[in-house]
Every structure is written in C-alpha cells, then in structure tokens.
Design a protein around this ligand. Structure first.
Ligand code: NAI
Length: 331
C-alpha cells in the first residue's frame, strides 16, 4: 500500500478531490490517505492556515493530493499555497495542457507542458507601503532557482521525447531580474544540444499562443508569467475544470488542480472533477502506476468525448458524482 497526504481544501475542493480518490480506488491502486487540513478550513479549526502537522505529513509521505484553498484578496492571511510551496521547496509548478476532444476548447491540437518557477519572483510577497499613497513589491530572481527550473524542463523534454523548449521573459524591460533568468536558462539549454531552444518576450508569447498554440511544446517561465500563462492556456483547452498540475521539488510532490475554490458553485455538487482526477493520474504516474494512470486517463477522455455524462462547464447537465461514476464505469 502507498501512503500519501490528502488535503481536501476549501470550496469545491472536497467535492472534486473525493471524486479523484474514488477513481484511484476503483482503478485498483491502494493508497492510504493521511488527511490533513490547509487553508480556510485549517484557519477556522486551528487558527493557522498551514499547520505544521500538514507539512510534516507531506515531508514523510513525499506525495500529496490537494484541493484548492482560499486566499483572501488584498487582505487577510498569507496564501497557504505559497507558504506550502516555499516551506517544502516545491520549486516547480508543472502543468500539462492537452486538448481533449469534446471540451469547449477552441483548439484540438494542443499538447504542451508549462514549467513555472514556483518559489521566487514577485510571489515572494515582499511588499511594503512607501508612505501613504505608494506601495512597493520586490522581485527576486536567483541563478540557482532559474537554473534548476530550466534543468527540470530540459530533462523532462529529453525523457518524454519532446522537441523544443521555449523560455519566456521580459528581459527587454527588467534587464537584471529577467535578464538573469534568461541567461540562466540559456546556459542550461547549451547542455542539451538535441533539444531545440527558443526565447520569446512574454507579451509576444501570449499573442502567439492564442494564434498558434500548437507551436509550443515545453515552456519555462518565471513565477508570475508562468502563473498567467497556465491559467490562459487552461482556457485554450476548455477551461479550468480540466487542467491538472503538480508543485514539485526534490523532497515532495503536491498534486493539485489549476482551478481555485470556485465559491460560486461550491456545495452544489456540480463542479467538474476532471482536473482533480487528472491530478490523480499524474500522481499515479509519479509513483510508477502507469497502467492505472493510462486507464483512468482514457476513461476521462471517453466520458468527455461521449458527452453524455459531463458537467455544465463542459456543456452537459450531469453533476460531479454522475460524471465520476461514468468515469469509473468506463475504466
Ligand atoms: P476559480 O478557479 O475558483 O473560479 C473561476 C471560475 O471557474 C468560476 O466561475 C468557477 O465556478 C469556475 N470553475 C473553477 N473550477 C471549476 C470546476 N472544477 N468545475 C466547474 N467550474 C469551475 O478562481 P477564482 O474565483 O479566481 O478563485 C477563488 C479562490 O480560489 C481564491 O481564494 C483563490 O485564491 C483560490 N485559488 C486557489 C488555488 C489553489 O489552492 N491552488 C488556485 C487558484 C485560486
């Protein structure tokens, strides 16, 4: 039996994460889940949005499946997500973006993987007021963090027989910070002569991505641009409800959907479980359960392609449980 930490999260988190664990169980993989609280649920119960208990569990198990957690906008406690990534040094956020037939995505030929640096840039949250009417945020980029995300992206490209790595930056404007990111990625790229390497200014990438997303394969970006690109790319393949992801470092991997807590639909049982279930697929691949992962992935594709038992965001009228059951039945 495998051991993994389970964080249900806030909002629709418990609904979609329970769907994922039930599909994994139905696929015959025995995982002992160590359930812990993070986010609003933990704040309410323990007055701490990121209890040590949850961190310790992930450190021991080295893998976790996590639902989205609430972060208040412009006030309140520091994002538990960001703290979690920093405390466990989950330095890469990896998001596979792949077209699935039957979604409302406008493209049927996207197959790319985004590697977003996860620990620094403006997301370090080093902000302060400068007097009453001005605020300052400090952007940190280091060679070490930039090289390790680049190394992960290039090593992945080799392992998965991908052809090209694209690095996005704004070194034309932020010559020191993004300039350092760019030169770090460039130096890693020089060690992988068999992988095509290209550089693109981030704003231009967004335009090109909307027009010809099939041109992209593996992408590597600093934290902020990576966050924006991941979210936009989810839209290209049919929305937040279907895109999985992982925050990964040397010691641990936390699998979580791209979407947030979706408070507008939380508690109604209508959230799309696909992103969470595909996080389960990524987790299974990570622990070597390739056969179960492939079977679940194919079931998800079948159910979405068939279109009969899909949630509202995919144009259907099934609820979370009905869609999950259809995926299990199709296994
Ligand atoms: P959101 O992803 O929660 O919702 C955006 C829109 O997408 C909503 O209309 C929602 O109903 C829809 N949506 C999202 N997931 C869906 C699903 N599985 N099925 C069907 N529809 C779905 O983004 P929002 O509103 O910006 O963020 C809400 C909260 O979530 C915030 O507190 C934010 O900080 C948090 N958040 C947490 C993340 C995490 O823990 N990894 C990631 C992103 C946001």
């Amino acid at each position: 039996m495998y051991k993994a930490t389970l964080i249900l999260g806030d909002g629709i988190g418990p609904e979609v994460i329970k769907a994922a664990t039930s599909v994994i169980e139905a696929a015959g993989v025995d995982i002992g889940w160590d359930e812990k609280m993070v986010g609003q649920a933990a704040l309410t119960k323990y007055n701490n949005s990121l209890p040590d208990d949850a961190i310790n569990s992930i450190e021991i198990n080295r893998i976790a499946l996590k639902g989205p957690t609430t972060t208040e906008i412009g006030k309140g406690f520091r994002s538990a997500n960001i703290s979690l990534r920093q405390r466990l040094n989950l330095y890469a956020n990896v998001r596979p973006i792949k077209s699935i037939e039957g979604t409302k995505g406008k493209y049927d030929n996207i197959d790319m993987v985004i590697f977003r640096e996860n620990t620094e840039d403006l997301y370090m949250g080093i902000e302060h007021m400068v007097g009453k009417d001005a605020a300052e945020s400090i952007k940190i980029i280091t060679r070490e963090a930039s090289e390790r995300i680049a190394s992960m992206a290039f090593s992945y490209a080799v392992k998965e027989k991908r052809k090209k790595v694209t690095c996005a930056h704004k070194a034309n404007i932020m010559k020191l910070t993004d300039g350092l990111f760019l030169s770090s990625v460039r130096s890693v790229a020089s060690k992988f002569p068999d992988i095509e390497y290209e550089e693109v200014i981030a704003d231009s990438l967004f335009m090109k991505m909307v027009m010809k997303p099939e041109n992209y394969d593996v992408l590597v970006l600093p934290n902020l641009y990576g966050d924006l690109l991941s979210e936009m790319s989810a839209g290209l393949v049919g929305g937040l409800g279907i895109v999985p992801g992982v925050n990964i470092g040397v010691e641990a991997a936390v699998f979580e959907p791209t979407h947030g807590t979706a408070l507008d639909i939380a508690g109604q049982g209508i959230a799309n479980p696909t992103a969470a279930i595909l996080c389960g697929v990524m987790l299974l691949r990570h622990i070597g359960e390739k056969d179960a992962a492939d079977r679940i992935y194919n079931s998800v594709r079948n159910v979405i392609r068939n279109g009969k038992y899909v949630t509202r965001d995919l144009g259907g009228c099934s609820n979370t449980l009905e869609m999950t059951k259809a995926i299990i039945d199709s296994l």
